[in-house]
Ligand binder design. Sequence first.
Ligand SMILES: C[S@@+](CC[C@H](N)C(=O)[O-])C[C@H]1O[C@@H](n2cnc3c(N)ncnc32)[C@H](O)[C@@H]1O
Length: 162
Amino acid sequence: MTWLVALVAAALAAVLHFLWPYVARRGGAYSTSSAEAAEWAFRRIGVAGKRVYDLGCGYGRVLLIARRLGAVPIGVELDPLRWLICRIRCRCRVIYGDMFKTPLSDADVVYIFQWPSVNAELAKKFRNELRPGTYVVSYMWEVPGLRLVAHERRLRVYIYET
Ligand SMILES: C[S@@+](CC[C@H](N)C(=O)[O-])C[C@H]1O[C@@H](n2cnc3c(N)ncnc32)[C@H](O)[C@@H]1O
């Protein structure tokens, strides 16, 4: 019987771990970008020497790609376990917190993989905070109200410039 309780508790913890930013109404649940899409976008922009933020960086896949291409990667993650693993894996600055409360005025490139409703909320923040000439890369979903400069349909990636 004890093992059953432990199993149910572990299953609940696992489900919450993946869903909790969504449950807390803060952003998208966990999934990961296609590495090919992120790399395509970063090569297209040319990120060497640029500060690249991944808002909701998960376990750090996109940050590692950015760093391999010469960027200065900065992650933001709300989930404590993902934050910790990302911090250990990437050995770069990974902010533990809410992307909506993270200042972005020093960003050169902002990468997101969130849900459409979250992108719409983020668009307001981008319009208020990002410097002109900052790139926004969105995997999977469009970001309303920003100027689209490139789109790779097969990879489902969008590049905007403020
Ligand atoms: C779809 S995953 C994307 C992971 C990674 N960026 C990638 O593309 O592979 C979304 C991530 O955003 C995080 N997240 C959701 N809402 C957030 C918020 N308000 N602030 C920081 N991170 C958030 C989730 O915990 C999750 O790890």
